[in-house]
Design a protein around this ligand. Structure first.
Ligand SMILES: CSC[C@H]1O[C@H](OP(=O)(O)O)[C@H](O)[C@@H]1O
Length: 362
């Protein structure tokens, strides 16, 4: 049984007739399932910035469709004028969030498609761009399922797992990345027991991962982030699976704030720590984690969001990085759609990309 039918929602889809990007407003989950129909570039930009649509792959898909919508109505009749409009929309959408490389990867893929079709009419270019955005979305399903299969090959039935933030269906199209082994395991009777970090300050774990796993019938236990050490020291966790927003060429990985702490704890307790990474999230131009731009977000997310009353004194200084970097030494393996990369990642990630470039089917 496909457990994801129980989730039966689309994270991101295009309504071409209405010239709109349709998303679930993830800021309202788990209490309300509300679909938004975004028609302007400003609405799409804001939805990405406000995490109404979020998660590296989902951000990339939203940006690709957004770029198509942004140029669909162009009245340009020659390539240069059309390319100028295209570039303006691309640059604007690229400014929404800095860390998840999928945003830039997807926008660059759309530009590559444009250049491949430069000799075609503007209308034919628009059609090609729409298909490219559809392809980016469709590929995500196969990519995440492949990550799930490789991840599942590392696990045994009944294992205890832990995950941080949401790298689930809501961050992708269907399987998620870190949740893909969990969903495939559910289909095959693995009966995993998953500990879900709530993931302050925006609570993607409590609001989104717990919601997804619960609806899929997976045994999930919600914990505060500061309880991860306890569940690990109790022997309840056999492996940690997390997503990623940007993996550097040496395997250092940017993911939701708090991930590096989980990795250090796992390393201390001898628990395998796996990063689930579509190759679209691996940035071989980024040498180490120090080269990754970490998004800083508003103080209010810590001092007052989610609360009936403010939870911190007015005027208190706040530090609110949205991500942190897990050093490669604390990562057991990086699971991609082309296989499992083991240390040394500088070599194994190159091998993964060589498989991809060779046209190997996933
Ligand atoms: C499968 S990518 C999910 C990744 O993105 C999340 O960040 P955000 O919720 O701010 O978009 C988090 O880092 C997840 O691991």
């Amino acid at each position: 049984m496909d457990t994801l039918q129980s989730l039966n929602f689309e994270t991101v889809e295009l309504d071409d007739q209405k010239n709109a990007l349709v998303i679930i407003d993830q800021t309202l989950l788990p209490n309300k399932v509300v679909y938004l129909s975004l028609k302007t570039m400003a609405e799409i930009w804001q939805a990405i910035y406000d995490l109404q649509v979020r998660g590296a792959p989902a951000i990339g898909i939203a940006a690709a469709y957004g770029l198509y919508l942004g140029i669909k109505q162009s009245s340009a009749t020659d390539f240069d004028a059309f390319f100028a409009e295209f570039s303006k929309v691309k640059k604007y959408l690229a400014s929404s969030r800095p860390t998840a490389v999928n945003l830039f990867w997807a926008l660059d893929r759309m530009e590559t498609c444009l250049m491949k079709n430069a000799s075609a009419s503007v209308e034919k270019i628009k059609t090609a761009l729409l298909q490219e955005a559809h392809d980016i979305k469709a590929e995500d399903i196969h990519t995440c399922r492949a990550i799930g299969e490789y991840g599942l090959s590392l696990l045994k039935p009944g294992m205890g797992l832990l995950t941080h933030c949401n790298a689930g269906q809501l961050a992708t199209v269907k399987y998620g990345t870190a949740t893909a082994p969990m969903y495939l395991g559910q289909e095959q009777g693995y009966n995993f027991k998953v500990f879900v970090d709530e993931t302050r300050p925006l609570l993607q774990g409590a609001r989104l991962t717990a919601y997804e796993l619960n609806r899929a019938g997976i045994d999930a236990t919600l914990i505060c982030d500061n309880m991860a050490a306890t569940v690990m020291s109790n022997g309840w966790v056999n492996a940690v699976f997390v997503g990623c927003d940007r993996v550097a060429a040496n395997g250092d990985t940017a993911n939701k704030i708090g991930t590096s702490g989980v990795a250090i704890l796992a390393h201390y307790y001898g628990i395998p720590f796996y990063v689930c990474a579509p190759t679209s999230t691996i940035d071989m131009n980024c040498q180490t984690g120090r080269d990754i731009h970490i998004e800083q977000r508003p103080a209010e997310e810590i001092t007052e969001k989610w609360y009936a009353q403010r939870m911190a004194p007015q005027g208190i200084k706040v530090f609110n990085p949205a991500f942190d970097v897990t050093e490669n030494a604390n990562i057991t393996a990086i699971i991609t759609e082309y296989g499992i990369a083991q240390p040394p990642f500088t070599t194994s990630l190159k091998d993964i990309f060589n498989k991809k470039l060779s046209g190997k089917k996933i």
